[in-house]
Write a protein that binds this ligand. Sequence first.
Ligand code: COA
Length: 253
Amino acid sequence: MSEFVEVSREAAVCRVTLARPEKKNALTSAMYERLTLAFEEASADESIGALLLSGSQGVFTAGNDIGDFLAAAMAASAANTTPAGSRFIYTLAKFDKPLVAAIEGPAVGIGTTLCFHCDLVYAAPSARFSMPFVNLGLVPEAGSSMLAPLRFGMAKAAEALLLGEPFDAAAAKELGLVNEVVESEALAAHAFLKSAALAAKPREALLAARRLLRGDPAPLLARMDEELRLFHKRLRSPEARAAFMAFMEKAKG
Ligand code: COA
């Protein structure tokens, strides 16, 4: 289990904090496993009414830890198993309780795509969202190829997902990804208050309303299957290898 994901509870809110700031909270397989477990436990625990996800030290996440991710994907492919990151995105999409995110600084890849699965998202002015999948020789994941056009409209979704253009907190609010832009010092408290407010609602009514807002999950899950199939195929492509090698070379300095 990873020490880089902290799980705690306050009243009826489960707080999940990404805590690997020296690597910009880049997500390893161990972190994905811890995240999956935290979501599963929050779902099963009747005393938990909402889950609040945040980063640390002014950063949400740089997305997949590139070195770990490549190794995990290759190992999973050889063993014909599902990598931990892929298991997490299904857990996220199927999570059945209110999910709130507080975003500061970079929110790369899954850092942005997970926001589509949240009920409420609050962002500091420093938040910078990006989905650079195509730049990395990959395709969108976590249902973002369906959810971004639905949320943003096709024109803006193409800018974000095909051009891979990053966008800031104000733009994210305009696009409907973020509920409110909140000053950094007030962000954690604000997101917690909203999480606690959701957790305090009549539980069964809230969960039923949440399911209605989301509609039939089947098309989303089918799209995620298709994204994942292509994503793993793309990972083995020369385009993706070149992009990842370039990152590793840069990281080595
Ligand atoms: N995987 C592995 N390590 C990562 C990482 C990632 N996705 N993102 C950052 N890091 C590491 C850097 O290699 C560096 O490590 P070092 O201190 O040992 O050299 C450290 O985290 C700090 O990153 P740095 O790039 O110096 O920080 P920054 O503030 O200048 O930039 C980002 C932050 C997030 C904009 C930048 O790190 C970035 O673009 N990362 C890659 C994002 C990405 O492509 N993710 C994959 C999505 S699928």
